[in-house]
Design a protein around this ligand. Structure first.
Ligand SMILES: [Cu+2]
Length: 230
C-alpha cells in the first residue's frame, strides 16, 4: 500500500516485484551517473575558457565515447530482458482465477471450483469503516492462498480494462474477446490494492482491485463458505 507523498514503488509482495525493484534501482543509478557527468561537462564548458583551437580531433576519445554508451546500454538491456521473460513464465499454477473487467467493476471466477465466482464493487465512501481506504476498498476481495503460484486469466466484457496490482508486479490488459494470462506468487500474507489501469470510461477510477493473501487453511475455509453461499 502506498502512503501519502511516497517516492518510488510500493514494497514488493512477490518475487517478480522484488526483481523489478532491483532493476529499477540499477537503472536509476546509471541514470544518476550519466546525469552527473553531463551536468559536470555542461558547467565546465560554460564556466571556463579551457578550449584549444588546435585540437580538432582525437580518435582515441571518440572510440571510448562510442563504445562506452553501447556497453552501458547492454548492461541495462540484459537484466531487463531477463525479468521480461521471467514474468512471462507460468510455473505450474496451484490455482487459476479469471478476472473479468466490466464498466465499472471486476468479477472473479475461480475456475478450479464449480461455482465459485463473484462481483467486486468499490465500497462507496459513506460505507467505509474507520481505517479503510477511500476509492480502494472493494466489497468482495479476491482471496488467494499465500506463497502459491496463482494464474490470472484476464478478459473484459465491454471495453478495455487493465488488471493491475503494483505490490505484486502484475499488470495485464483486459481485452474483450481475448483471454490474457499472467501469474504471481505472494511472498507474504497481506492485502494488496490495485486499480484498473486502462482509461475505460466515466467510472474508471472507481473499480479497485483488492487481493487478500491468506494461509492455505484460511483460503480453504473462505472457499467453502463462498460455495455454501452460492
Ligand atoms: Cu476499467
Amino acid at each position: 500500500m502506498a502512503h501519502p507523498s511516497q517516492l518510488g514503488f510500493q514494497d514488493a509482495a512477490s518475487p517478480v516485484m522484488e526483481e523489478l525493484l532491483h532493476f529499477h534501482d540499477h537503472a536509476l543509478m546509471i541514470v544518476f551517473l550519466i546525469s552527473t557527468l553531463v551536468l559536470y561537462i555542461i558547467v565546465a564548458t560554460v564556466s571556463t575558457k579551457l578550449t584549444n583551437k588546435y585540437i580538432l580531433d582525437s580518435q582515441e576519445i571518440e572510440v571510448i565515447w562510442t563504445i562506452l554508451p553501447a556497453v552501458i546500454l547492454i548492461l541495462i538491456a540484459l537484466p531487463s530482458l531477463r525479468i521480461l521473460y521471467l514474468m512471462d513464465e507460468i510455473n505450474d499454477p496451484h490455482l487459476t482465477i479469471k478476472a473479468v473487467g466490466h464498466q465499472w467493476y471486476w468479477s472473479y471466477e475461480y475456475t478450479d471450483y464449480e461455482e465459485l465466482g463473484f462481483d467486486s464493487y468499490m465500497l462507496p465512501t459513506q460505507d467505509l469503516a474507520p481505517g479503510q481506504f477511500r476509492l480502494l476498498e472493494a466489497d468482495h476481495r479476491m482471496v488467494v492462498p499465500v506463497e502459491s503460484p496463482i494464474r490470472i486469466l484476464v478478459s473484459a466484457e465491454d471495453v478495455l480494462h487493465s488488471w493491475a496490482v503494483p505490490a505484486l508486479g502484475v499488470k495485464m490488459d483486459a481485452v474483450p474477446g481475448r483471454l490474457n494470462q499472467t501469474a504471481f506468487i505472494t511472498s507474504r500474507p497481506g492485502v494488496f490494492y490495485g486499480q484498473c489501469s486502462e482509461i475505460c470510461g466515466a467510472n474508471h477510477s472507481f473499480m479497485p482491485i483488492v487481493v487478500e493473501a491468506v494461509p492455505l487453511e484460511f483460503f480453504e475455509k473462505w472457499s467453502s463458505l463462498m460455495l455454501e453461499d452460492a
